[in-house]
Design a protein around this ligand. Structure first.
Ligand SMILES: CC(C)(COP(=O)(O)OP(=O)(O)OC[C@H]1O[C@@H](n2cnc3c(N)ncnc32)[C@H](O)[C@@H]1OP(=O)(O)O)[C@@H](O)C(=O)NCCC(=O)NCCS
Length: 223
């Protein structure tokens, strides 16, 4: 994917302009900048774009979503073209996951998604994915660093874990580059489609986590 420049001045008088300029969290959602990306609770269209970011066969090799969750072509290409800041409010978030979309402000594209969700043991886990055009450039480090920021500085979680299927070197190296360390964990990881694979586990801890004014992960016990 080519990184197409967009005019940098977005009017704050429009809803899109306000969304793109927002960098603080409120009860409607999270918003923070990290590295190349703005991470934000998505609009419905941005969420559709984010789902498309992980729907290609290469990503599904590792993500293993249920078939009904995967966006097929030609919708996938169409959804990847969504203009960030457009679309209605996202009304059906997964009740057991706090998701933020990675927005590339320079290119004016949704580039991926990172979440903090309940893992198999009920404890907080982070995970995510990038759109095909954003893989292989080291952006995975920023994506997973954003997962840590979300967990520790927004959701008040002192510990967050992540699992990667053995062999997913790009994921494992990106998690470690973001600051997570390898730890022991259950030998297998079960994907949403039921496929189980051998797992590497990672963890990150902070002593003094914080909560922001954004939606909190009530289903997780804050440790
Ligand atoms: C996982 C993901 C977020 C990683 O982000 P990324 O920016 O594409 O990661 P990169 O390709 O830059 O790889 C990170 C590192 O692993 C190395 N690497 C990647 N694949 C490798 C391989 N097969 N063998 C050896 N090294 C490899 C890269 O060279 C890079 O090394 P560096 O740290 O020395 O620069 C992204 O690839 C993705 O979205 N994948 C699809 C979905 C997915 O797997 N999600 C995670 C599920 S747990």
């Amino acid at each position: 994917m080519a990184f197409v420049s967009e005019a940098p001045l977005v009017s704050r008088l429009t809803r899109r302009g306000r969304l793109m300029a927002k960098r603080t969290c409120d009860r409607r959602g999270h918003a923070f900048a990290l590295g190349r990306f703005l991470f934000r609770t998505p609009t419905a269209w941005e969420y559709a774009a984010a789902v498309a970011c992980g729907s290609d066969p290469d990503a599904q090799r590792w993500l293993g979503w249920l078939p009904g969750s995967v966006v097929a072509e030609p919708m996938r290409t169409e959804a990847l073209r969504v203009t960030p800041g457009t679309g209605p409010e996202w009304t059906k978030p997964d009740p057991q996951s706090v998701d933020v979309v990675a927005i590339d402000l320079t290119a004016g594209r949704c580039a991926g998604l990172v979440s903090v969700h309940a893992g198999e043991d009920g404890g907080p886990e982070t995970g995510g994915y990038l759109a095909p055009g954003y893989r292989g450039h080291g952006f995975g480090r920023e994506l997973f660093a954003a997962g840590l920021v979300l967990a520790h500085e927004h959701l008040g979680l002192s510990r967050v874990r992540a699992g990667a299927e053995v062999g997913n070197v790009a994921s494992g190296r990106s998690l470690e580059a973001a600051g997570l360390r390898r730890v022991a964990g259950p030998p297998h990881y079960t994907l949403p489609n039921g496929r189980a694979g051998a797992a590497w586990w990672y963890q990150h801890d902070v002593a003094w986590p914080r909560q922001c004014g954004g939606p909190q992960a009530q289903w997780l016990s804050v440790s």
